[in-house]
Design a protein around this ligand. Structure first.
Ligand SMILES: CCCCCCCCCCCCCCCC(=O)SCCNC(=O)CCNC(=O)[C@H](O)C(C)(C)COP(=O)(O)OP(=O)(O)OC[C@H]1O[C@@H](n2cnc3c(N)ncnc32)[C@H](O)[C@@H]1OP(=O)(O)O
Length: 159
């Protein structure tokens, strides 16, 4: 968790409650279980929430692998199969490249297990920013808020 009020990884009720692990070959693994609070069509995940899960997984990939503050500049998703309520999406993300402040990442999400059918693919461009990005545009005490909930020592890194 990087911030307890984060919709993706925090303790927010009806949030995504995602956790991330860095695995072999620098692949970053996240899981998102679709609940009734995440529906679009009856019984199916809302596409925007799936995009949110990938934003989180890809942002965590940047954070875990580069340890630099960055924000999403562009996020592209391919919805390949519907994701039913009750399904856990297994997301595997990779760092594809860095060019100056631009950070390219991609991921795929599989249904029910790490080798399940691919349901969603995503690519994103993150842009590295200074910490003042958060204090200028967000809360003035954003860094203290990050610090009070970031438990870096608990990040599970197994390269
Ligand atoms: C030590 C601490 C570790 C902490 C680790 C913690 C773990 C962490 C987990 C986080 C997990 C959160 C996951 C959710 C992450 C969000 O949800 S972030 C929130 C959503 N995103 C935003 O709010 C961003 C809003 N946009 C902006 O603030 C600004 O547009 C940006 C993105 C900072 C860029 O503005 P800028 O700084 O003025 O930079 P700019 O010169 O415009 O662009 C830089 C380069 O990027 C390119 N670029 C920018 N935008 C685009 C675009 N949309 N398309 C293509 N190229 C673009 C530019 O063309 C430029 O390229 P070059 O000229 O260098 O070749």
């Amino acid at each position: 968790m990087h911030y307890d009020q984060c919709f993706g990884c925090g303790d927010v009720e009806s949030g995504l409650h995602m956790r991330t692990t860095v695995g072999e070959h620098m692949v970053v693994h996240s899981r998102f279980t679709v609940t009734e609070a995440h529906q679009g069509a009856p019984g199916l995940a809302h596409g925007g929430l799936l995009a949110c899960a990938f934003d989180e997984a890809l942002g965590s990939t940047v954070g875990n692998l580069l340890r630099k503050p960055a924000v999403t500049g562009k996020l592209e998703t391919d919805f390949v199969r519907p994701v039913p309520v009750g399904t856990t999406l297994y997301i595997a993300a990779r760092l594809d490249g860095v060019a100056g402040r631009k950070i390219y990442v991609s991921a795929e999400g599989r249904l029910g297990s790490a080798d399940g059918q691919v349901a969603v693919r995503a690519r994103a461009l993150f842009v590295q920013v200074g910490f003042e990005h958060f204090t200028t545009h967000g809360y003035a005490d954003a860094l203290q808020r990050f610090r009070s909930t970031t438990r870096e020592s608990k990040w599970d890194i197994n390269p």
